[in-house]
Design a protein around this ligand. Structure first.
Ligand SMILES: [Zn+2]
Length: 220
């Protein structure tokens, strides 16, 4: 058993959501359909493997949870979503320790056991870590956070958006470019936006009719 002193090197840590932002999450930011697509994508990308304890679906859990990893900037009071992490039920419960067993009806000792096993520490190691995590939680709960989901929404826009929404965005991008500089060639536009399926057709449409609203109506 490890001595539990090297808290920073723990594989699985407690990282509680501040009391001031409990109900803020990306799920509420998306439609149920978009959320389903995104969480399914996260699980499939990891080959149904928990990113922390490396267990695979079927080895003690039936589905992967999609955990939100946040960065907390005290200077700007901004809570930024930096990644989505596929986690098994127990690892996810450890992350939200103190809340999870109530919400998921799980025994606290089961979660602590999982923490000890994954981190190879003893109970004292857990208690030391939890004390620190609780201090962090307390500090973070004194702030009314502004939320920033933009990085993750951008990261997964291909997954979240429908074909139709992607097309609308493409039209907007091309429209904005041509609005600012009408002498741009197709090559310039492709270089700016990147090679995207259907882009040539979109450029042609926008060149024919630079009124975005009219173009949008055709597609909506
Ligand atoms: Zn796990």
């Amino acid at each position: 058993m490890g001595c539990g002193v090297q808290i920073m090197s723990l594989k699985l840590t407690v990282d509680m959501i501040p009391s001031t932002s409990v109900h803020i999450n990306i799920r509420n930011h998306l439609t149920p359909h978009q959320w389903n697509k995104l969480s399914k994508h996260i699980a499939e990308k990891s080959n149904q493997t928990c990113e922390i304890c490396k267990r695979v679906k079927g080895e003690g859990f039936t589905r992967l949870h999609c955990h939100e990893v946040w960065d907390f900037d005290f200077d700007t009071a901004t809570q930024t979503l930096i990644k989505l992490q596929p986690l098994c039920f127990e690892c996810h419960c450890v992350k939200h320790m103190g809340f999870s067993y109530g919400e998921f009806l799980i025994d606290e000792s089961q979660i602590i056991d999982h923490f000890l096993k994954v981190n190879n520490v003893d109970l004292d190691g857990y208690l030391q870590h939890f004390k620190k995590a609780a201090e962090v939680y307390k500090q973070r709960s004194e702030v009314n956070w502004e939320f920033d989901f933009t990085n993750v929404l951008e990261m997964y826009k291909e997954v979240i958006l429908t074909q139709h929404e992607k097309k609308i965005i493409l039209y907007k991008q091309v429209y904005e470019l041509l609005k600012n500089n009408r002498s741009l060639t197709n090559k310039d536009i492709i270089a700016e936006i990147g090679s995207t399926y259907g882009l040539n057709r979109v450029i042609k449409d926008v060149r024919k009719d630079r009124e975005l609203e009219r173009i949008r109506k055709i597609y909506e």
